[in-house]
Ligand binder design. Sequence first.
Ligand SMILES: Cc1ncc(COP(=O)(O)O)c(C=O)c1O
Length: 370
Amino acid sequence: MNVPFVDLAWQESQIKTEREKRFADVIERTAFVMGPEVEQFEEHFAAYCGVKHAIAVANGTDALMLIYAAAGIGPGDEVITIATTFIASVSPLLHLGASPVFVDIDPTTRNFDMEKIETAITPKTKAILAVHLYGDMPDMDALKNIADKHKVMIIEDACQAHGAEYKGERAGSFGIAAAFSFYPGKNLGAYGDGGGITTNDDDVAARLRMLRNHGGVKKYEHAIVGFNSRLDTLHAIVLDEKLKLLDSWNEMRRSIAEAYEKGLSDITTIKIPARAAGVQPVHHLYMIELPEGERDPFMNAMRGKGIGVGIHYPDPLHLTGALSGLGYKKGDLPHAETFASRIVSIPMFPGMTAEQVTYVVSSIREYFHV
Ligand SMILES: Cc1ncc(COP(=O)(O)O)c(C=O)c1O
């Protein structure tokens, strides 16, 4: 049997008819950038996340860049986050002359060790970046208490967490603003790069709308120095059609996660995901932690059986070449380092069949001789 790591063709089969109709209309009008389709998607996405504003942009990395810029983060400023995230969570900070400050993870929740955040706060700290990695979320109450006490902003990197909830509130509604990626493989993915920002702050929303389009909302009027980070119209159509199905697709991901948990939890040598209380995850990725030294043979064995696997991400950011100038060294974040050396992501996508899930579970059980 073949089980790909992710299958986007199934998603296309669910939206094809309506998507084709709407694509034909745009192509006939030759109106390819922004326009009413983008505005419509923004309205729908804001309502979905339970916020006042959604601003569509070109990709998730730009979403973060624009948020940092709109929040006034600049030279010398610091933003606290975790080192197990994707580099795009922090690379825009470096472009703005600011720096990430990494704190270690809690090995159980696989997100912030809350105890470590306060000691990392300095007079230069402007924000805490909550990364909702793998479709999970950190303990947002604890984070908010720390942020309020020290008068720093919360920014959300919700690039992997479309629809995730903490105590009934959706990701994207907790901080000054939240970044989403609509990269094709994400829970809500375009047919190319795409991104979005959500916020409840009217002023921040207005600034973001200018920043994404050369610093103005009207053509050739530039109130501030901006970027070109607009969303293409065809992507907005794909996203708008997929958004209608997102809750049911996230539900499918939860059923797969349940089956994995049921099928793997008795294998004592591996660790399956756990999370902070109050979180309703959307399982963008499903990652297991293997014993030291087991990852390469395990991945080879799975690939040999036709099962797609990946590592998200192999190098914790404090040890990544591009960030060596920050001055971290091996041993600074022991839990993040151990975690990164042991994780493997196994197939997780809506449309995955029960037979495929059973095959993945039985192949892993067989590998561990249980
Ligand atoms: C946690 C996280 N942050 C940021 C990004 C950047 O998003 P994009 O690839 O759309 O620029 C991604 C996407 O891979 C991500 O997973």
